[in-house]
Design a protein around this ligand. Sequence first.
Ligand code: PRT
Ligand code: ZN
Length: 297
Amino acid sequence: MKTRDRLRIAMQKSGRLTEPALELLTRCGLTFRQSRDKLFCFGEGEPVDLLLVRDDDIPGLIAQGVCDLGIVGRNVLSEFQLTAGRELAPLSELRPLGFGRCRLSIAVPQELDYQLPQHLEGRRIATTYPGLLGEWLRTHGVNAGVVTLAGSVEIAPKLGTADAICDLVQSGGTLVANQLRETDVLLESEAVLAGPLTLPVDERGDMLELLMKRLDGVIQVRESRLLLLQTSRTTLEAVTRLLPGGPQPTLLAVAGQPDQLMLQALCAGEVSWRQLEEIKKAGAREMYVLPVEKMLA
Ligand code: PRT
Ligand code: ZN
C-alpha cells in the first residue's frame, strides 16, 4: 500500500452522525474545503482530509487502509468486527464520542408472552445486525432463525416475515408505533472514533496523536459542568459528600454572612435534577449548573 502523509478520516455523508461529527472535528480546529462531488473534503489548516461515505462502509475503508480513522456508530463497528473476513485488518474503538446514542434491542409484538430469551427458541427474528444478534443468541443458547433485512425491520412482524425484531432504539417511539415491546438490550451504542489496531508510525501517526489529544480536550470540556451553590458551614460536609466526582471544590466567603459559604465545583459529567434535589436536601441553596466553554488547566 502506498504511504500517505495526510491523515484521512471517514465519516457519514448524510445521516444522523454527519452534523455532530463535523461539529466535533471543527471544535478540534479542523476546517475543510468541500469538493464538488462532496465525497472528498480537503483539510485546509491541518493535514487531515475527510471522506464522506455511507456509515456501513466506514469500518471496511479503515480495515483496507483507505482511511486511517472513522467516526461511526459502535453498532456498525461491532457488527463489522463480528462478520468481516479474516483477511481484513482488525479494528479498535479508540474513543467513545458521546453523541448518536442508541441501543440495539430485541423487541416483540406487544401481545406475545415473552419473559426470557429462551422464549425465542424456534422463532424468526428480523434484523440488520445478524452478527450481533447471532452472538447474543449463542450466548443464551437459543436456536432462532435470523432474517437479515436491509431496512424497515420494525414492520417485519406485521408482514408475517418474522416473529420478533432486533433493531436500534432511541426514544422507543418507532416500537410503540408498530405495537412492539422492547425486551432485551444487546448493545449500548454511541458514535465512536474507530481506527486500526496498530496505528501508523509515519507522519500520520504524529497528526493522529495530536488529534486524539485535542479530541480528549474537547470531550472533557463538553461533558464538564460548573456547579455553584451556597451552603452554611454546618451543612458543608453533608453537601460536599454528595457532589458528583471531580477535583476538590473551591470555597468562597459570602460578604456579610460569616456562617455562609459559596461552593464552586467542576463536575465530570451531567448533573441531574435528582442529584441537585439531594444536594439541596443536605442544606444547599442558590444552586447553578453551568456549561464550560473552554478549559486550560
Ligand atoms: O445512508 P447511511 O447508510 O449512511 O445511513 P443509515 O440510514 O444507515 O444511518 P442513520 O443516519 O439512520 O444512523 C447512523 C447511526 O446513528 C446508526 O448507526 C446509530 O449508531 C446512530 N443512531 C442513533 C441511530 C438512531 N439513534 C436511531 N434511532 N440509528 C438509527 N435509528 C433508527 C432505528 O433504526 C429505528 O428505525 O431510528 C428508529 C428508532 O428510533 P426511535 O427514536 O423511534 O426509538
Ligand atoms: Zn447505513
